[in-house]
Design a protein around this ligand. Structure first.
Ligand code: 3HC
Ligand code: NAI
Length: 696
């Protein structure tokens, strides 16, 4: 039974039990209707309490039902039934009250929360708006401004703030159930206080206009946030039922949109990536003591990420002086977290004093459980580091490399224990970015892979399994679509137009702004490394080499494709770039042509989808959804488009194949349709079918 009713003295108790997160499935909605009826007709119950079993209060509507025909009783009606009860009911919640979960609590007549409880309306992150009264009841309790902020930001509010906002009445001081029952006993005999009967706040057109303008800047392209604002505003000054009807209509309209489908694909894919048959019953190794080698950009970020998760970290640099500098870098990042209010000052001091040390001698890693190497991206340096690690690491210690592109099998081969070697590819800045590619080499033991996934969970990151190849999943695909962008620049497009066309499409940044951030040296050295394998028909971005040779390394040198200075810390266009490009094209004998934004997007996306298909076909990614999760979380792909392969399904695979064939008319070396993409298109199948076809 998902919902039960019983009575304790004069208090009727409704308990929801639908693990793991008490989502409001059909069974829970029907169960709540039955339990509400049982409570209403139980003459000995003078007041009631709604509780949840397990780790959390209701985490929302059951997302797996979305996109299917809705079945009665509908959630708004269930909540209305509870609100209309003639005896007071207290919602008592712990964990997270999210979406429909918070809406259910607002339908009760009083609310008490455990001190650590949080609540929020995350619907916009699923391309939806709160559809069970959230846009109507939150403004009645918390006011217009707070309601609009909560609904459009999806922010989770802690219990103390929720109490200040008027969303909850009390915070439990002892046992939540006992405190809730005491609260219910106090309310026995009183008239239920129905949120829906409270007056709405007044409209504030200036505030609403401000919020809409800021949404247009912050979440361009997304429709749910603006629709949610409309739903709130249209509910002001009208009775609840009227507000609810228009909220429902907008909710159902959003439910039919590709944005909703894309964001729910992202939600479930981010959870499916952890479901790997190869580690299903495998116990991870212990990883309390972490070693990090190399305290540069990545090593420092990885160390901070581990420290913030409560792990013990020893960082090794080339010598004591470098170790001291790296330690200062780690301290600076942690202190930055203190300044931004993300970490308490005393906690920061305790971490630095007790859990962190930096040294110049590898011997300090003798007791480490898991060692992550983040030294220069050169095979000889990595081989030297792993040879030294093999000599000092304890038996069973995991030896991981953060390499971006290099062959993890070759790195493992210099050790006497390739079963303990794995790639753990973090993204920059490593203490912020949520993606972790777990690169499984030929001899990696399953419990080492399982430890990679367990580490990601501990660091609150999303791990995706990748196979060994140049660049694994993400960087391999990036290298490929980057070539399509560079070819367009060679043929006449401006890097600025390309960046703008792609940010208009929804990417967080365009490829040339990304280059400036990463450093133009990275691409330069990668091209040098691969120069020997170059095919005569490969097109080299000579303009990028020229910029590098001029010392334009991107943000770190103050100039790359863009100029960064005090007046334009986020970069402004460089008027000299056009001349450099003209010269390069002239040298190569290219007559430049114009590109429309639509063609730029079509070429960039076709390249991305084509290489993604090869990555799936080669088994580097287990399923299309693994590719989507990597691009969404590591490469700024717009979440509301679901990832490249979800997007490709939505576009229609045949149209992408047709695009590639058109592009191949002028370059049939680069533009070759990936066999998997061609097969799926010919069979009228989709990438989604492959997600379902494999264990997920
Ligand atoms: N519906 C269906 N399944 C859900 C779910 C939901 N609302 N929320 C979580 N799950 C599932 C997950 O898919 C996962 O399944 P799996 O184990 O098979 O992979 C399982 O529950 C556990 O979830 P997590 O791994 O995410 O567990 P965490 O402990 O890390 O996080 C959580 C818990 C914070 C509740 C997180 O799951 C979450 O944010 N859930 C979504 C909350 C949400 O978006 N609610 C709004 C729904 S829309 C709505 O309510 C519309 C309404 O206004 C009408
Ligand atoms: P970095 O140049 O900022 O830092 C490298 C550090 O390693 C330096 O501090 C150097 O002193 C130290 N080092 C070099 N040899 C060493 C040795 N033998 N023993 C101990 N320390 C040594 O480089 P970055 O950017 O941090 O990259 C490190 C690794 O992470 C590379 O393999 C890179 O490909 C990878 N990576 C980089 C990303 C990025 O965006 N910068 C993203 C993901 C991976």
């Amino acid at each position: 039974m998902s919902v039960t009713y019983h009575r304790d003295g004069a208090v009727g108790i409704i308990t929801i039990a639908n693990p793991p997160v008490n989502a409001m499935s059909l069974a829970v909605r029907s169960g709540l209707m039955d339990a509400a009826a049982a409570f209403a007709t139980d003459d000995q119950a003078l007041s009631g309490v709604i509780l949840c079993d397990g780790r959390t209060w209701v985490a929302g509507a059951d997302i797996s039902e979305f996109g299917k025909p809705p079945i009665q009783p509908f959630l708004p009606d269930v909540i209305d039934t509870i609100e209309r009860l003639e005896k007071p009911v207290v919602a008592a919640f712990h964990g997270t009250a999210l979406g429909g979960g918070l809406e259910l609590a607002l339908g009760a007549h009083a609310r008490i929360a455990a001190p650590a409880a949080r609540m929020g309306l995350p619907e916009v992150t699923l391309g939806l708006l709160p559809g069970a009264g959230g846009t109507q009841r939150v403004p009645r309790l918390a006011g217009l401004k707070a309601a609009l902020e909560m609904i459009t930001s999806a922010r989770q509010v802690p219990a103390s703030e929720a109490q200040e906002l008027g969303l909850i009445d009390r915070i439990a001081t002892g046992d939540l159930t006992q405190d809730a029952m005491a609260f219910a006993r106090e309310l026995a005999g009183s008239t239920p206080r129905r949120t829906g009967d409270l007056p709405t706040p007044d409209n504030d057109p200036a505030l609403v206009a401000d919020i809409k303008a800021s949404l247009a800047r912050k979440v361009p392209g997304q429709i749910a946030q603006a629709r949610a604002v409309d739903a709130v505003v249209e509910g002001l000054g009208v009775p609840l039922a009227e507000g609810m009807a228009q909220e429902r209509a907008k909710f159902q309209e959003l439910m039919q949109t590709p944005q909703r489908a894309a964001m729910i694909h992202a939600f479930f894919s981010e959870r499916a990536v952890a479901q790997l048959p190869e580690i299903a019953d495998v116990k991870p190794r212990v990883f309390d003591r972490i070693g990090v080698i190399g305290g540069g950009t990545m090593g420092a970020g990885i160390a901070v990420s581990a420290l913030l998760a409560g792990l013990d970290v020893t960082l090794i640099e080339r010598d004591d002086a470098a170790a001291e500098k790296a330690a200062a870098g780690v301290a600076k990042i942690l202190e930055g977290s203190v300044k931004r209010g993300k970490l308490r000052a005393d906690k920061c001091d305790a971490i630095l004093a007790n859990s962190f040390r930096a040294a110049g001698d590898y011997a300090a890693l003798a007791q480490a459980d898991l060692i992550i190497e983040a030294v220069f991206e050169k095979m000889e340096v990595k081989e030297d580091v792993f040879t030294r690690l093999d000599a000092i690491a304890k038996p069973g210690a995991i030896l991981a490399t953060n390499t971006s592109y290099l062959d993890v099998n070759r790195i493992a081969a210099v050790t006497s224990r390739p079963q303990d070697v794995i790639g753990l590819h973090f993204f920059s800045p490593a203490h912020v970015m949520r993606l972790l590619e777990v690169v499984v080499a030929d001899h990696t033991a399953p419990d080492v892979t399982a430890t990679g996934f367990a580490l990601a969970r501990k660091l609150k990151k999303i791990a995706v399994r990748a196979g060994v190849c140049d660049g694994f999943i993400g960087n391999r695909i990036l290298s490929h679509y980057r070539m399509a962008a560079d070819a367009m620049v060679l043929d006449g497009a401006s890097p600025y137009q390309i960046d703008r066309a792609l940010t208009d499409f929804g990417f967080a940044m365009g490829p040339y702004a990304v280059s400036d951030l990463a450093g133009l040296d990275i691409g330069y050295f990668t091209r040098q490394r691969k120069a020997a394998d170059l095919h005569p028909r490969d097109r080299v971005p000579v303009f990028a080499d020229r910029l590098y040779e001029q010392g334009h390394l991107g943000r770190k040198s103050g100039q790359g494709y863009y100029i960064y200075d005090a007046d334009s810390p986020n970069g402004r266009q460089d008027p000299a770039l056009a001349g450099l490009l003209e010269q390069v094209r002239a040298d190569l004998g290219i007559t430049p042509r114009d590109f429309t934004d639509a063609e730029i997007v079509a070429r960039y996306m076709a390249a991305m989808v084509n290489e993604s298909a090869r990555v799936v076909q080669d088994g580097i990614a287990l399923r299309p959804l693994d590719v989507d999760v990597v691009l969404l979380n590591g490469y700024g792909f717009p979440r509301w488009r679901g990832g490249p392969l979800h997007w490709a399904d939505h576009q229609g695979l045949a149209s992408i194949v047709a695009d590639i064939e058109t592009f191949a008319e002028t370059d049939d070396h680069y533009w070759q349709v990936a066999p998997l993409l061609r097969d799926l298109a010919q069979q009228g199948r989709s990438f989604a079918a492959l997600n379902e076809g494999k264990p997920a």
